[in-house]
Ligand binder design. Structure first.
Ligand SMILES: [Zn+2]
Ligand SMILES: [Zn+2]
Length: 184
């Protein structure tokens, strides 16, 4: 289990594939459940608001190991316009061969997972699953009006007294506003 006080990450989300590597079994089920607050990724911090469920199967096919997984959880992001929390459900299927050859896996990044010793680092798998499935623009609703750049009110909720036309003018790209003067 994930030890919040622990330094280093120890057994944190490691999938032990020792038995199948030693050919004691030819397949086994994966069933992991982790309670996480957050993980840090290259794209920033991801906050979880539900347990992470990872279920699937590892199969040995000829001399290769094939991993099929479903990753289910929910993450909390902020609306890109008004900053309100937005819950995003993640339900992703991933599959690929397991390799301990990092170079090989970079060449075929799309469809392979890396293992090291007897273990697959599921934290990396989880990051991939979440990042691949976050929308590029996160908004609380399609017509979110955002925040007034002048007074900071959430325009979905309270509106504000500011003159939005004036603000729009202030926000015009300076290059464009020069152009506007030109046409006066
Ligand atoms: Zn919003
Ligand atoms: Zn305002």
């Amino acid at each position: 289990m994930y030890n919040k006080q622990g330094e280093g990450q120890g057994d944190f989300m490691k999938l032990d594939i020792g038995r199948i590597l030693r050919k004691e079994v030819s397949r086994f089920r994966v069933n992991m459940k982790e309670t996480l607050d957050y993980i840090d990724t290259t794209e920033g911090r991801i906050h979880f608001c539900e347990d992470v469920l990872i279920q699937g199967e590892v199969n040995s096919i000829k001399d290769k190991l094939y991993l099929e997984l479903n990753v289910k959880t929910a993450v909390k992001e902020s609306c890109g316009r008004c900053l309100k929390d937005v819950i995003i459900n993640i339900d992703v299927d991933l599959q690929g061969f397991l390799t301990d050859d990092y170079k090989e896996s970079v060449d075929e990044l799309e469809d392979s997972f890396i293992y090291d010793g007897d273990e697959v680092n599921m934290e990396e798998v989880l990051k991939t699953a979440v990042l691949l499935n976050l929308p590029s623009k996160i908004v609380c609703k399609d017509d979110c009006k955002g925040i007034c750049p002048n007074c900071g009110n959430n325009l979905n909720e309270e509106g504000c007294e500011c003159n939005q036309d004036e603000i729009d003018e202030l926000n015009i790209d300076p290059r464009l506003s020069k152009l506007k003067d030109f046409f006066k």
